[in-house]
Design a protein around this ligand. Sequence first.
Ligand code: HSO
Ligand code: ZN
Length: 435
Amino acid sequence: MLRTIDLRGTRPTPAGMLALVPRAATDVSAALDAARTIIDEVRRHGAAALLDQSERFDGVRPAAVRVPASELAAALDELSPEVRTAAVQTIERVRAASAAQVPSSQTTVLGDGAVVEQRWQPVARVGLYVPGGKAVYPSSVIMNVVPAQVAGVRSIALASPAQSGFDGRIHPTIAAIAALLGIDEVYAMGGAGAIGAFAYGVEDVGLAPVQRVTGPGNVYVAAAKRLVQGVTGIDAEAGPTDILVIADDSADADFVAADLISQAEHDELAASVLVTDSPAFAARVLERLGARARATKHSERVLTAIEGPQSALVLVDDLEQAADFANAFGPEHLEIQVRDPEATLARIENAGAIFVGEFSPVSLGDYAAGSNHVLPTGGQARYAAGLSAATFLRPQQIVRYDEGALREVAPVIAALSAEEDLPAHGEAVTARFER
Ligand code: HSO
Ligand code: ZN
């Protein structure tokens, strides 16, 4: 069961609090050497390397790296009407929320004839990785593709590992959702090799390099993403999922237990953390947690996750301390189930996504809220953000000064360029006023 950490009457530092509930160690740096070798193989041998790697790591050799359009169309034809309807609804909601995230351009007038503008430019081409190992998540295809489309990315490629259970084809539901979203450039490739293929391109399958790679994956995918930075952009490195619930005695213990279990269902290494100021409420949650964990389908996985050192019940003096703990932990998912949720929300600085009130469980956000479920894990929420249209947009500054405005700041440029011993910088300005 969840181990208890009693912070009442203590004031640990943020680093001290974080150390009390360490995330499961997925050592990305230990996977770097292997990922580097795999990427090098792809750079040197192209498609042949990717096919070999599928055989080695996924236990099956796909017929081709590029998934034929006919296979995507057939997969969509075979998609069950229930899943298709659900996918369409999720797409609509994520599209609406993503569209609202596109920032508008800004113009700053710094004086007569002196204007700096900022516009948002989509990256031209992105590669979206959809894992196919122990977890196959068609919903993640939607969460990756839709914000890229909304941002105006012109070219979107998708990669997912060949599946031995499907004769080397990618998972049919992933193929179907890709087709539903209008994505026709799909590759049966996985792991670090797929990330390398996206970053450097693979000429013999007509795969052009991308400018940003996104999507979750295992530790080798995370290592590969770390390695290709500088060649291409990436989103946050994905690790095991986590949920932190701040609740007081007004919350429903059964709802909280159900939510803690919902994310533990993903992974033995998932972290489920309850932070509360009420020992009596905590006792009720523990009771419901035990009952639900034993009864649920993936009971063993859930029990391993909630019994792991990455999961805990944290007792605090008050909800201010609860918010401090959440900020130190930087949860991927934060639920606030207290009498006055807005007051707690106002104290939160670090969280991938925040779910307010008892009818906003994390699994709503996983599928149907309209928010994105690709979120920073492992405490990265302290400095990183989840996927959104902004992930695929870059702010670009545009400078428009006229003669009078340049003349006005000429002394600033002269002084600073002289100080930096870069006189040609100053001369580029004075040249304009010598005639
Ligand atoms: N909770 C996961 C996303 C997911 N859940 C996909 C179900 N399918 C990470 O945010
Ligand atoms: Zn989930």
